[in-house]
Ligand binder design. Structure first.
Ligand code: PLP
Length: 453
């Protein structure tokens, strides 16, 4: 039995997989927020690079990876698939547990898989500057590195709570040449409006998106980029699952269960869609599980409605499971999972019954992270600990049932820049942030109802 299954550079996929081609019910289109009519591709051009808009609306099954991007993927791809034998032993489970280690990227997470092509297509179009938001800082760091490679300027709006809790990610972004602002900032109308009402607002991904979008629409040489949620981001992340497919084959196994932690859906989709395609096309049995924080349970407790991607209401309306764009998530340490909605494709697949969800309390995730660190040696990102917690739950069920199951989860990133979170956990100061149904209903139930047809 091999501990680690490593592929060759030639095994890096040559095309991304677009699951839309295989979906029995296609995702609903984005709407123009002013007219509530289906958005024309041109409406998006002040915000995104043209090639990315094409991918966003595409239903072609395979989309070729540009050779320049594939060359850059070689810096760290293919990533290893690892059999978590230490974790299996500690759990005394008959389950075989595998994890895909996306934490080996230069920036420490899967986000670089999409940052590089996004910077590439913007550069190819002649764009000079990118803007974006970042929660925990992983997307910002990934885009900073990608922007520096392609000679693009970058302005990052970083959610205030992360800006203060995670200064190292800010310094990483600045090392790669980005300008970083604490959001809400006084750089934009959106930020100034919120600060005027609430000077101590701790920020959210939605607010930071509003700021970054506002800046991009005001300058013809600037475009906005997003690190999750959107169809083209999900598309780029499928390199993860496509590599896994080959690696599982080498291991001589096939996953019964595929698990990813869930913020907006990019790493979950990246690892699971290439496997889910056989369920869609050949009815092959497989369970895919999205693990989200109990304090931000968009898939478990959200509603499937058209909603804005941001707080202020500047982005197109997207059909998604959402807690409402006004939802203010608790300051949990998994900053990358503090987003009010889920991507359109995942939302449709969940609605149609192809995806299971688990919402996990914060303490359980850190317990899982600690056990993983002690048995496999890697200290996982607080986001990734959600996937580990779900894998552990499933491995325990396998033990109770006495059934050998093969479990595959995505280790979306390492946690070496999140040690203050582990410090809180180890010193017993961490809490679970209980959310009541009333609190959830407050923002969720005021959603404007737009016919979903
Ligand atoms: C951003 C991030 C996530 C959550 O984003 P998704 O788009 O849902 O994948 C999860 N893990 C890590 C390490 C991240 O950086």
């Amino acid at each position: 039995m091999k501990k680690k299954i490593v592929l060759d550079e030639n095994d890096i996929p040559k095309a991304w997989y677009n699951i839309v081609a295989d979906m029995p019910v296609k995702p609903l289109p984005p709407l123009n927020p002013a007219t509530k009519k289906v958005l024309a591709p041109e409406d998006l051009e002040p915000i995104f690079a043209k090639e990315l808009i094409k991918q966003e609306l595409s239903s072609e099954k395979w989309i070729e990876i540009p050779e320049e991007v594939r060359e850059l993927y070689k810096i760290w791809r293919p990533t290893p698939l690892v059999r978590a034998t230490g974790l299996e032993k500690a759990l005394d489970t008959p389950a075989h547990i595998y994890f895909k280690n996306e934490g080996v990227s230069p920036v420490g997470s899967h986000k670089l898989n999409s940052a590089l092509p996004q910077a590439y297509y913007n550069k190819a179009q002649g764009i000079k500057r990118l803007t974006t938001e970042t929660g925990a800082g992983q997307w910002g760091t990934a885009l900073s590195f990608a922007s520096s490679i392609f000679g693009l300027e970058l302005d990052v709006y970083m959610v205030k709570v992360s800006y203060n809790q995670k200064p190292y990610r800010r310094v990483m972004m600045q090392t790669w040449g980005a300008n970083v602002f604490s959001s809400p900032s006084n750089m934009t109308n959106a930020g100034r409006t919120i600060l005027a009402k609430d000077l101590d607002n701790s920020g959210s991904l939605g607010i930071a998106i509003s700021e970054a979008v506002e800046q991009s629409v005001q300058d013809p040489d600037t475009r906005y980029t997003l690190g999750s949620v959107l169809n083209h981001v999900v598309l780029h992340q499928t390199v993860i699952g496509l590599e896994c497919e080959k690696q599982m084959e080498i291991a001589g196994e096939y996953p019964d269960i595929v698990i990813g932690c869930f913020g907006g859906g990019s790493n979950f989709s990246g690892i699971s869609f290439p496997f889910l395609r056989y369920k869609l096309t050949e009815n092959k049995g497989i369970r895919v599980i999205a693990s989200e924080p109990a304090s931000c349970p968009k898939l478990t407790k959200g509603k499937f409605e058209y909603d804005f991607g941001d707080t202020v209401g500047l982005t197109p309306l997207l059909p998604m499971y959402t807690l409402g764009h006004d939802f203010q998530p608790a300051d949990i340490h998994a900053g990358g999972l503090r987003y009010h909605g889920a991507g359109t494709i995942v939302s449709q697949l969940h609605k149609d019954g192809y995806i299971e969800v688990q919402d996990i309390p914060q303490l359980e995730t850190f317990e899982a992270g600690k056990l993983f660190a002690n048995t496999e040696g890697i200290i996982p990102a607080p986001e990734s600990t959600h996937a580990i917690a779900s894998a552990i739950r499933e491995a325990k069920i396998a033990k109770e049932e006495g059934i050998q199951k093969t479990i595959l989860f995505n280790l979306s990133g390492h946690g070496l820049i999140d040690m203050s979170a582990y410090d809180q956990f180890l010193s017993g100061k961490m809490t679970n942030f209980q959310l009541t149904d009333e609190e959830i209903a407050k923002t969720r139930d005021v959603l404007e109802k737009i016919a979903l047809s």
